[in-house]
Design a protein around this ligand. Structure first.
Ligand code: NAP
Length: 302
């Protein structure tokens, strides 16, 4: 095994595959921990684990340059039954505790442990409240999930550099939030969701992947970082920007009650929001390619 390998737990998904690509191009050997059977791909090798128990996969943790944690049942694809909510929580918290305990008992631990979290940590906050990294956690379900997820890293040994990335809403043309929100516009039935005043702390997928590279390659990067663009926008501005870029009207608003009926508690993903700028990334000199929403959406949708 090469000395310069990276392990991405949960790396087979939306963020992980983009990250594996850039890591591969940068010369790293990438191992992705996945529940699917082991297999080699062009940019990474998939290694099977069950995300709950020790197994053969733990050998890849040894001497890794970094272990990156992205594991978690998707919050945007399925209605949140009580059982699924339990899975959303436990898939993140239990897999994180497992990785931490394997690292803690390793004789050759990785240099860094980089774990995802979300800006959902801050809960639902109005525009006027700036949720930078010092802000306290919210109280809704996803805020509690993020809190417990981050808390599962608290016992990580002190000689491993720890970075927690509170990810914003990741924008990409084919997958994730933008792909879903832009679809009605293509059929001329686009509009704002909910009151429109809720804040959306977004980030272009390319910038997010660069944030992970920044965390990986700078040994001074440590602790909690918001991974969002410097200019969060209201849902109203986000919707009208999609309309403008696609030359489609934004005249079919969907009221909050309809979204709650349609999506249940999951509607919180679009109805709740927070103004969470990347205070630490800016202070530490991270260069964004997409700082403002309109150029980002133009790049993604045109
Ligand atoms: N995308 C966003 O806008 C966003 C925003 C904030 C935070 N995040 C967080 O960042 C992380 C990565 O996001 P993503 O968009 O790349 O997610 P994703 O595409 O859903 O990928 C997550 C991976 O987790 C694994 N997984 C799913 N359910 C699991 C379960 N029950 N037990 C164990 N593993 C499970 C899957 O891998 P296998 O099926 O191969 O095992 C999957 O590929 C997630 O934890 C997410 O909450 C994402």
């Amino acid at each position: 095994m090469s000395m310069k390998h990276i392990v991405i737990a949960g790396g087979s998904g939306f963020i992980g595959t983009a990250l594996a690509n850039i890591l591969h191009r940068s010369g790293y050997k990438v191992y992705v921990l996945s529940r699917k059977e082991s297999k080699d791909f062009e940019t990474y090798s998939r290694i099977q684990w069950d995300a709950t128990t020790i197994g053969d996969w733990t050998k890849y943790i040894q001497s890794a340059k970094a272990v990156i944690q992205l594991t978690g049942a998707n919050v945007g694809t399925k209605r949140w039954s009580e059982q699924y909510k339990q899975e959303i929580l436990s898939s993140r918290v239990d897999s994180t505790s497992l990785l931490v305990s394997v690292i803690n008992t390793s004789s050759t631990p990785p240099e860094a442990f980089i774990s995802a979290s979300g800006v959902g940590f801050y809960g639902d906050s109005p525009n006027s409240i700036i949720c930078d990294e010092r802000h306290i956690n919210g109280t809704d379900f996803l805020a509690n999930v993020c809190f417990q997820w981050e808390n599962a890293t608290r016992n990580l040994r002190k000689d491993v550099r720890k970075v927690i990335i509170r990810i914003g809403v990741v924008l990409d043309p084919n997958e994730g939030a933008l792909a879903k929100l832009a679809l009605p516009y293509k059929f001329f039935v686009g509009g704002c969701l909910g009151s429109g005043t809720q804040m959306l702390s977004w980030i272009h997928r390319e910038d997010l992947v660069n944030v992970f590279m920044f965390a990986l390659t700078n040994s001074h990067v440590e602790g909690i970082y918001n991974a969002t663009a410097p200019n969060p926008v209201s849902m109203k501005e986000f919707s009208s920007t999609i309309g403008r870029v696609l030359h489609r009207p934004s005249i079919f608003p969907v009221p909050s009650f309809a979204l709650r009926l349609l999506l249940g508690e999951m509607s919180g993903i679009v109805l709740l929001g927070q103004n969470a700028p990347p205070r630490r990334l800016i202070a530490e000199g991270f260069q964004f390619d997409y700082e403002k929403i309109e150029p980002a959406i133009r790049n993604l949708l045109q």
